[in-house]
Design a protein around this ligand. Structure first.
Ligand code: NAD
Length: 437
């Protein structure tokens, strides 16, 4: 396995994990970010995000010198005379109001990378982008490549999940290499040589489509389970059993079939919209994805609906929420369903108190009117309803006998179907799960 000089541009959830893990694979990595405060923190050994297992890796390779941090692309591509052979683009591709992906950061990076080419460089897009972005990156590179150095533009979509990103990097289900040339393929294979995983080599456009299609399909599975949960509620069946029975069929599989309060996070909602948008641009109206989005939007009303069914008016009622991040083991609040649920509850006049094991510092910047509890028991104190929003492991083992004594009304909304309804009801709670009797 060769050691490569790698520059990763964008040091967020994807870029930082990629950089630290590639350093652990034996490469020299420079992580670049235009956010000066982020780079200053990283240089001082402070991580800007919470991701299990990331801190020890960053610390180890920062100390060994295999992982360094820069604010400029020029310095990242030429660190003390060491020229980058591979440049990963891992900047954000946030949604624009019309649903399309905002690719201005990708373009800005492509331009600057081109201006700093000194010899052959493989430019690899790792950000999630619509099909044909590789063509645009290649055109931009051609326009700004004053040194006339040679380069290739490849696509290497990232499939890691926040909360298990480091593990996912080292144990991916597959590595997709969308490459335009044998040289690019050979180099990328060498970059990932330490990872034991099936490698699928494709053209660039197919690789770009694999990422959007995968995330949209996973979102479709979740919305499908949520639609089944609505039917279950209407007939008194249990969605956890229905989806268990479905998932036992190997053609379907058990993953991403859990009914709940709807999906969120930085990837699924925006990627679904961006995929629909690019399909429409190309002349295909991907109606299935519109239905997936609609079901998800409806599902985010579940908490308010159930509270109204149990408590009548919400004005003046104290509602406690457990969990704010869009999934456990992350502090990421981008497009977290909790934020919408809190806004809806507050619009109904409820007093909202929240607890999350990790995300409270980030939440305090976003939620001015909510109360922040120090633990789940403080959150439940004098509450008229308690709703589980994020299934953090510590919420699975709460002392519900104690919680019942603390609450004004012992009402539990299990937004993730993690509790045993019979056990909770035996303690004197009113229990409502998603799609369960
Ligand atoms: P992020 O916001 O955490 O990180 C992006 C970083 O890029 C930020 O630190 C930002 O300051 C930096 N940046 C923006 N413009 C820059 C520029 N011109 N030069 C240098 N740095 C710049 O985002 P993320 O969650 O890491 O996502 C990055 C991409 O990866 C997105 O396209 C996303 O859809 C995709 N992705 C994300 C995940 C995930 O779970 N977060 C998983 C797979 C793919």
């Amino acid at each position: 396995m060769g050691k490569h000089n790698i520059c990763v541009i964008g040091s967020g959830y994807v870029g930082l994990v990629t950089g630290a893990c590639l350093a652990d694979c034996g490469h020299h990595v420079v992580c670049v970010d235009s956010d000066q405060a982020k780079i200053a923190a990283l240089r001082a050994g402070k991580l800007p995000i919470y991701e299990p297992g990331l801190e020890p890796l960053v610390t180890k390779h920062r100390k060994s010198g295999a992982l360094t941090f820069e604010t400029s692309i020029a310095a990242g591509m030429n660190r003390k005379g060491r020229l980058a052979e591979v440049v990963f683009i891992a900047v954000g591709t946030p949604p624009r109001p019309d649903g399309s992906a905002d690719l201005s950061s990708v373009e800005a990076v492509a331009r600057e990378v081109a201006q700093n080419l000194r010899g052959y460089v493989l430019i690899v897009d790792k950000s999630t982008v619509p099909v044909e972005t590789g063509d645009w990156v290649a055109k931009t590179s051609a326009r700004f490549n004053r040194s006339k150095a040679s380069y290739d533009v490849a696509s290497n979509p990232e499939f890691l999940s926040e909360g298990s990103a480091v593990h996912d990097f080292f144990h991916p289900d597959r590595i997709v290499l969308g490459v335009p040339s044998p040289r690019a393929e050979k180099l990328l294979r060498s970059v990932y040589a330490a990872i034991e995983a099936p490698v699928l080599v494709t053209d660039v456009k197919s690789a770009e489509l694999i990422k959007h299609a995968s995330n949209s399909f996973l979102a479709t599975k979740i919305s499908f389970a949520n639609a089944i949960s609505i039917l279950c509620e209407k007939v008194g069946a249990d969605v956890t059993l229905v989806t268990q029975g479905m998932g036992m069929d190997r053609r379907i599989g058990p993953h991403f079939l859990r009914a709940g309060i709807g999906f969120g996070g930085f990837c699924f909602p925006k990627d679904l919209e961006a995929f629909r948008w690019i399909a429409k641009q190309k002349g295909y109206d991907f109606k299935l994805l519109e239905a997936v989005r609609e079901i998800n939007e409806q599902q985010k009303n579940w908490v308010v609906q159930k509270l109204e069914e149990e408590l009548w008016n919400l004005r003046g009622k104290r509602i406690a929420l457990l969990g704010l991040s869009f999934k456990p083991d992350t502090d990421d609040l981008r497009f977290a369903p909790s934020l919408e649920i809190i806004a809806k509850l507050q619009a109904h006049g409820a007093e909202v108190v929240v607890y999350d094991p990790i995300a409270i510092p980030k939440a305090k910047k976003l939620l001015q009117k909510a109360h922040f509890a120090k633990n789940p028991y403080e959150a439940a104190t004098k509450a008229d309803g308690l709703a589980l929003i994020t299934e953090w492991p510590e919420f699975k083992t709460l002392d519900f006998a104690r919680i019942k004594k603390l609450m004004r009304t012992p009402l539990l909304l299990d937004g993730r179907n993690v509790y045993d309804p019979a056990k909770i009801r035996a303690l004197g709670f009113t229990y409502r799960g998603v799609g369960r009797p």
